[in-house]
Each structure stands twice: as C-alpha cells, then as structure tokens.
Design a protein around this ligand. Structure first.
Ligand code: FAD
Length: 395
C-alpha cells in the first residue's frame, strides 16, 4: 500500500511540528508528519523551553528574535483559535564572573544589539529590582533581556501540529520511518511499517534519532548524544512565575533556573552531560551527588533555598554536534531532503521561526535567515560555529 503527499516531515517534536505548519502555510502543501511514538515524545517533551536571544552566533540570535515575535502573537500567527504556547515574558538575567567570561559576555551583548535584540547590562541594584532573591556578590557582569522568558514545550508543539492539521496535514503516530526512498538522486518518500509514503520533499527532524535515517544512506553525520537531568526545588516561599530566568555562568556546569508550575524552581545545566550510546539507552535513576551539587549551587544563588527540597526530576537527551550548533539545510547529492538535527540543547527557542526557514528551504524560496552557516559540510571544512563560552548549550 502507498499514499502520496506533497511533503513528509519526520518527527513530531517542536522542529517537525513548526516545519509541518509552515510547509502547509507557505506552500499550501498536503503534509504528512510521521512519528514513531506518541506526539512530541522526544527531546521536546523534556525541554525547559527557555527562550532567550543571548548567543554568540548572530544567526542564532536572529532566529530567536523571530521566534519571540511568534510567541508574542502566537494564536494569530498560527491562525488557530486554540493555539497556545504558555509563553511567560519573565525576562532573562545572565550572570558572568569577573574576568574573561565577563568580557566575552559584554561583546555578545553588543553583537545581539546589532542583530536587533533588546539587551543591556544591569547594575546589581537594577538586577535586584527585577529579581529580589538572587545573590550577586560574586558576579562581575549582569546582562538582561526584557523580552525573553519561557514557554510550555508540549503546548507549543501540539499547537503547531493542530494548526498544520487545520491546513490539511495528516499526522501518523506509532509509525516509524524505516528508510528513505530514493530514485536517481532524488527523494521519493519513506518506507514505514504501514506502507510507503510518497513525496518529493522530506524534512527530517528526528533529533537524537537522526542516524536511523542517515546511516542506511551511507551518510556520515557528526552527532553525539548525552543525558541531562532537570530538577525542581521548593524553597521557603512559593517562587513567582514572573521572576526572570537566570543563567549562571559562574558555575562550572552553566546552571540555569526558572519558575515552574506549583511555585517551584526548575534547574538544569548547559554543560556536556553524560555521554550516551543511544537516546533510548537512558538511565532514568537520579544521582544523589548531582542533586546535592545543584541544590548547593541554587542555595548559594537564591535566598530562601538554603534548605530547599527536590520535588521532581526527569532526564532528556541532547543531540550534540562538534560546535554545539545544529545542522540545517539540504544534503548534497540527495535532492528533496532537508536535514534539521544537532540542536545541542538549545533548539526549542529556534524552532518557531526555524520551521518557516526550513519550509522556505524545501520550497526553494528566499530564506528569512540564511542557513548557509549551519550546512552539514562545515565540519569537514573546519568552518565551525563555535560559541564564545566554549562547549555548552549557550553557543
Ligand atoms: C532536558 C532538556 C532541556 C532543554 N532545555 C531547553 C531550553 O530551555 N531551551 C531551548 O531552546 N532548548 C532546550 N532544550 C533543547 C530542545 O528541547 C531541543 O533542541 C528541541 O526540543 C528538539 O526538537 P526536535 O523536534 O529537533 O527533536 P525531538 O523533540 O527529539 O523530536 C524528534 C522526534 O522524532 C521521533 N522519531 C525518532 N525516530 C523516528 C523515526 N524513525 N520515525 C519517525 N519518528 C521518529 C521521536 O519520537 C521524536 O518525537 C532542552 C533539551 C533537553 C533534553
């Protein structure tokens, strides 16, 4: 049995969902989203969904600024009355220690202003007006973004999928893509256990599972997978949902934290994480030493968290490339295929705007943001997009 569509999107995470919506919207295409499990059951479901424009690669900032526009106007943009992202415009504080990192941060703040971001330095007194509980004695430089915040990853993704469905898209769950179908160097569809799905455009948004598609093609892609733990802590008093997100570059694991439902703080790390052979090999057990480490770091940074108790935890996989930036765009020699993987722990915020640029790429339209710097071939040529802070999800 086979079915025919104009375009197929592999993966129903936030990147696939946004790409599907934009393919349907921009090209009027009949799109099929192919998902091996449940809707949004990969990295997106585990995401902390922080949206900030602080980067050292200008095109990452440009994509995030375009995503912020979408979050600010989500229901209208998706042209779907039920669309919600859960975006909270709480602002974003970034803290650097004295010295080299502070200098790099100052240069990055200037770069982001050049790209159009509203971002500036704050004095400790000004930072305390926005976040009264944060301890700043050891901080050399404070950056701030008033337009940033955090969203709900599942709501955002399911809203993009619902809006795509309203534009004739079909979503097949429990339907793994087994291999790409090719003819004469062109994509013609994908094989699934439910039969062949035919289309001349395939956008692959498979996150840490991308090798399942590329290995059978003999295509070598740089991709490491790592495990990251997210914890929530309850302090002495309920933690307000409008308090700014905080990124703490004074910590070795580049800790970040933000408000979460129920008056708790959600805490994650922007470091390498624990290496994994495959995303499905993840140990779900919590490491006590890690809880003590994060609890201690939080207690030093936040008043009222000296005796904080952990209330929940989960783990998620990052799909990491050598320069901690994604691979985006066509694959030389395979016409009709567009790859999007390797988001290295920071893809949620890029996805709303990126889905449009991926659709523009697939349709041969001019790109809102030039994706050339993210091409697969950059690694072989040594033209890496390495960020100023070294490895980690803040590149
Ligand atoms: C713990 C954690 C915290 C994070 N925090 C942030 C943050 O604060 N801000 C931020 O910007 N980013 C954050 N990220 C990163 C961000 O969540 C990811 O980059 C983004 O969600 C990736 O989306 P995706 O659509 O590419 O992949 P995924 O969401 O992983 O989607 C891939 C989908 O493909 C499906 N799939 C796999 N194999 C097949 C197959 N053969 N056929 C069909 N379907 C298949 C999977 O089931 C999955 O649903 C975080 C990530 C993690 C893990």
């Amino acid at each position: 049995m086979s079915e025919t569509f104009d375009a197929i999107v592999l993966g129903s995470g936030v990147v696939g969902a946004s790409a599907a919506f934009h393919l349907a919207k921009l090209g009027g295409l009949k799109v099929c989203v192919v998902e091996r499990g449940e809707l949004c059951s990969g990295g997106t479901a585990k995401s902390c969904a922080i949206v900030r424009s602080h980067y050292s690669v200008p095109s990452n900032t440009a994509l995030t600024l375009a995503s912020l526009e979408i979050f600010a106007n989500f229901t209208d943009y998706l042209e779907n009355g039920g669309a919600e992202s859960g975006f909270v415009n709480s602002g974003y504080l970034i803290l650097a220690p004295e010295g080299g990192l502070a200098e790099k941060m100052r240069a990055n703040l200037a770069m982001q202003s050049d790209v159009g971001a509203e971002t500036f330095e704050l004095s400790p007194a000004e930072a305390l007006e926005r976040h009264p509980f944060v301890a700043l004695d050891d901080v050399g430089l404070i950056g701030y973004e008033p337009r940033s915040g955090y969203a709900d990853p599942y709501l955002t993704t399911s809203s993009f999928l619902r809006a795509a469905r309203a534009r004739r898209a079909v979503v097949k769950t429990g339907c793994p893509a087994e291999r790409l179908l090719l003819h004469g160097g062109r994509v013609t569809g994908v094989a699934t256990p439910r039969g062949e799905l035919r289309a001349g455009i395939v956008v692959s948004a498979l996150g840490p599972w991308t090798r399942g598609l590329t290995d059978p093609l003999g295509l070598e892609i740089p991709l490491e997978i790592s495990r990251h733990t997210v914890l929530t802590f309850k302090g002495d008093a309920p933690y307000g949902r409008d308090l700014p997100v905080v990124k703490d570059l004074t910590t070795a694991n580049k800790m970040y934290f933000r408000p979460a439902t129920g008056g708790v703080v959600l805490v994650g790390t922007g470091d390498h994480g624990d290496p994994l052979a495959a995303a499905d090999d993840m140990d779900e057990n919590l490491d006590d030493d890690f809880v003590l480490l994060q609890g201690g770091q939080l207690a030093r940074r936040l008043a009222g968290f000296e005796e904080a108790a952990p209330t929940a935890s989960w783990v998620g996989a990052y799909d990491i490339t050598p320069d901690w930036n994604p691979v985006l765009g066509p694959v030389p020699g395979i016409e009709g295929l567009v790859l999007a993987y390797g988001f290295s722990g920071h893809g949620f915020k890029l996805a709303p705007a990126l889905g449009k640029v991926l659709a523009q790429t697939a349709l041969g339209l001019p790109q809102d943001v030039d994706l050339t710097p993210y091409r697969l071939g950059r690694f072989a040529k040594g033209e890496l997009l390495t960020g100023a802070y070294g490895i980690g999800s803040i590149s």
